[in-house]
Design a protein around this ligand. Structure first.
Ligand code: SAH
Length: 309
């Protein structure tokens, strides 16, 4: 999945929440500032984003906090975890100076941290296991086709041929973040609230679904995020998990609709576009329900805003 981000402009293949409405990044910026208040206003704070894409979310978030939470803006040091050199250049152009890039979460400096991740975990690799007889085999790719090899893994019972996906890479990121201590992480992504069987690996190229094996590195390959597994990984290292909540519910509680209404009033010619964009993020039949928000945090810290209702 990483080769694709290094080579292609992913935004030809999909559109993400921060690109739909500036209110998305603004609300997450203010959310971060409120979380920081609950942490006791640590200074400095590591304010990190995982997989920032074009840098739009962080750019909108920073503009919002500069206005409404200047103390937070001064304390927050922005760190971007980004694998793609090409996207790093776009992020630099969008965000200007005062930003540090990291290859992975292990490279983040120690200390209290607020971490944002929108559509990051769905880009991490998954392992697929297929139920065969009384056990499970693992699916690999060899010479451009799927092959199955025996495995010892125990994943419970399931009908013959059922597929289970295991996102070890995502769980590793969660454990690394939560072991830091003093960390609150918000992840927004596409996936079910409960773990289950089913194959979700998919590839998009030029806005159309394609076979994930046809054009490795040229199609955007993603898998649904297993939120229950990420929450379990956090609890396994003593952290607390809040949610997942449907994205629409979470953003509504953060005031995204009010912010969109304000943007619409300020720009009568673009009002229809502003309101439609907010609806796309909030409405259950659009991105409001299939996308989820999950907060993972140091168990000593208060429940983050939006998850306490
Ligand atoms: N958050 C952005 C982009 C989502 S696309 C948005 O909402 O628009 C996924 C992002 O994660 C890209 O920036 C991609 O380059 C980055 N990424 C994918 N796998 C990664 C990895 N293993 N390590 C670091 N960054 C990664």
């Amino acid at each position: 999945m990483a080769a694709y981000y290094a080579r292609q402009d992913p935004y030809g293949d999909f559109v993400t929440a921060p690109e739909i409405s500036q209110a998305f990044g603004e609300c997450l910026g203010v959310w971060s500032a409120v979380v920081w208040e609950g942490m006791g206003r640590p200074d400095p704070l590591v304010w990190a984003e995982l997989g920032p894409g074009r840098g739009t979310l962080m750019s909108d978030a920073r503009r919002a906090v500069a206005q409404v939470a200047p103390d937070f803006a001064r304390a927050a040091r922005v760190h971007l975890v980004e694998a793609s050199a090409r996207l790093r250049a776009e992020q630099a152009a969008r965000l200007g100076g005062d930003v540090t890039w990291r290859d992975g979460v292990a490279g983040l400096p120690a200390g209290p941290a607020v971490v944002l991740a929108n559509e990051f975990f769905d880009a991490l690799p998954v392992r697929q296991f297929v139920r065969r007889g009384a056990g499970w085999v693992e699916r690999f790719v060899a010479d451009g086709v799927f092959v199955e090899r025996g495995s010892e893994v125990a994943l419970g019972d399931a009908p013959e041929g059922a597929v289970r996906e295991v996102g070890e890479a995502g769980a590793d990121v969660v454990r690394a973040l939560m072991r830091r201590g003093g960390c609150v992480a918000l992840m927004l992504d596409y996936g079910p609230a409960e773990s289950g069987v089913g194959e979700s690996l998919q590839a998009m190229r030029g806005g159309e679904a394609v076979d994930p094996l046809v054009a490795p590195g040229d199609a955007d390959v993603t898998a649904h995020v297993d939120f229950a597994a990420l929450a379990e990984a956090a609890r396994g290292v003593g952290a607390a998990a809040h949610g997942p909540l449907p994205q629409g519910v979470f953003l509504q509680r953060l005031g995204l609709a009010s912010r969109a209404a304000m943007l619409a009033r300020a720009d009568p010619a673009g009002a229809g576009r502003q309101l439609a964009a907010a609806q796309r993020l909030l409405a259950p039949e659009a991105m409001g329900r299939l996308f989820k928000a999950l907060a993972l945090c140091d168990a000593a810290l208060p429940t983050p805003p939006g998850f306490d209702a």
